[in-house]
Design a protein around this ligand. Structure first.
Ligand code: RNT
Ligand code: ZN
Length: 425
């Protein structure tokens, strides 16, 4: 759409929303204050820079062989910059420990990681006004080959991973200090059983002890926010996951940490959108991993589907936006990886834009009055409101293409940059 038409469409939309009592200018200001944490691992299929390690050790699977994936930190950062330039707003970058940089030779040992191994990332982020989040990597490593890390019965293995967790929190704290806002450090471990275990209790007790050791180092919450991510099952942990939802919810509440709800980590008919208001009744904060499960935890790129829309509405209706950290979590190598970030991030932001445009007070009043008929009728009519014009205006005002024009930039980047990479086209 041309600039003039985008502006005219917005004027009409502004009037239409105003008639419902919704101030679109306020909506756009609120939308601009929301940051997503972009998952660096979409850029290289969760490979990292260690040059080894089998992803399937952790029950994760990245399928596809789209050409041109980033092979090193410079390429990954360049790809992230391209994606960020096509996403409206100010966002964050989420790193994993396997993205530590090293000059040739062997990679730094995971339990010996230090902030200096991320100096390149920290400098890059600082120059661009980006903040960082961080994740210890408890997979793709010989010490995780047994399928167990923090709950391992092998004391040597368990200790190794405890030290890795501690090292990663030191790194997270240092990132938080440098950027002046808390770095979220999220712990996800693959530990679990393919078949029914006999002694679940022992494994969970060891996980608890390991987490206690990792969290014993005290850091200011203004610098570091701890988060724990449960899962229903993974490949190879179909019968029992040690770090289950109940385990981490209880542990997070006991220790004042956050729980991370990954939208792919529940039964297919369970809805994370329905869990938000329950968790936040008892927890100060929540981390969301926005993904799209297709039949299972398949890590597809989020799209504007019913569940993403419902999640965005819950965040807005409950007034939770300041208490929830939003992170993307997917890895799809069947499509252009940079476009994957843009599609996923734009879908989440568009869902939030639509949710912010809702006349929540009117709907709430109808519900309080027991007028469920008018509530349903209004919710349906709202779907036809011109939110696309508001979104387009927001994109244009943020200096990013409002419509599919952003794909032309991806195509140009692919032709001039990523196709030059080995295996490119
Ligand atoms: C795995 C978890 C976890 C990972 C990333 C790479 O099932 O979702 O968040 O996807 O840490
Ligand atoms: Zn996740």
């Amino acid at each position: 759409m041309s600039g003039v038409r985008t502006a005219r469409a917005y004027e009409l939309a502004r009037e239409a929303y105003s008639a419902l009592g919704v101030d679109t200018e306020r909506v756009l200001a609120r939308l601009a204050s929301i940051s997503l944490s972009l998952n660096c691992w979409q850029g290289d299929d969760v490979r990292g820079f260690e040059g080894g390690g089998d992803l399937s050790d952790g029950g994760l699977q990245c399928t596809g062989s789209y050409p041109g994936k980033a092979r090193n930190a410079a390429e990954l950062r360049s790809d992230l910059e391209k994606a960020i330039s096509l996403i409206p707003g100010r966002h964050r970058v989420n790193l994993h420990a396997i993205y530590a940089e090293h000059e040739g030779g062997s990679p730094p040992s995971r339990e010996g990681l230090e902030p200096r191994h991320f100096a390149g990332w920290i400098e890059w982020a600082g120059e661009r006004g980006l903040s960082l989040d961080f994740n210890p990597t408890f997979f793709a490593h010989p010490m995780a080959a047994s399928g167990f890390t923090l709950s391992s019965p092998d004391e040597g293995v368990r200790r190794f991973w405890v030290e890795h967790g501690r090292a990663c929190r030191r790194i997270g704290e240092s990132m938080g200090r440098g950027q002046g806002n808390p770095c979220v450090v999220n712990i996800w471990i693959p530990d679990g059983f393919k078949d029914e275990p006999v002694d679940r209790k022992a494994f969970r007790a060891r996980l608890r002890a390991s987490l206690d050791e990792i969290l014993a180092d005290r850091y200011d919450r203004s610098l570091l926010l701890d988060s724990l991510e449960p899962k229903l099952f993974g490949i190879g942990s179909e019968s029992c996951v040690i770090g289950s939802f109940e385990f981490y919810l209880a542990y997070a509440l006991e220790t004042g940490s956050m729980i991370c709800l990954d939208t792919g980590h529940f039964h297919p008919t369970e809805r994370v959108s329905d869990k938000i208001s329950s968790v936040l009744e008892f927890s100060e904060r929540l981390l969301l991993h926005l993904s799209r499960p297709v039949r299972w935890d398949s890590d597809h790129v989020p799209v504007l589907d019913d569940e993403l829309s419902a999640t965005a509405r819950e965040l807005v209706r409950g007034g939770y936006l300041d208490r929830v950290r939003l992170a993307l979590d997917f890895f799809d190598a069947t499509i252009n990886r940079v476009a994957g970030w843009v599609i996923g991030a734009r879908a989440v932001l568009r869902a939030l834009c639509i949710a912010l445009l809702e006349p929540v007070e009117t709907l709430r009043r109808l519900e309080e009055q027991g007028d469920y008929t008018r509530r349903l009728a209004m919710l349906e009519e709202l779907k036809g409101m011109p939110h696309g014009a508001v979104w387009g205006h927001y994109c244009a005002g943020s200096g990013v293409p409002p419509g599919l024009g952003w794909m032309d930039e991806i195509a140009a980047y692919e032709a001039t940059v990523s196709s030059e990479r080995e295996g490119g086209r």
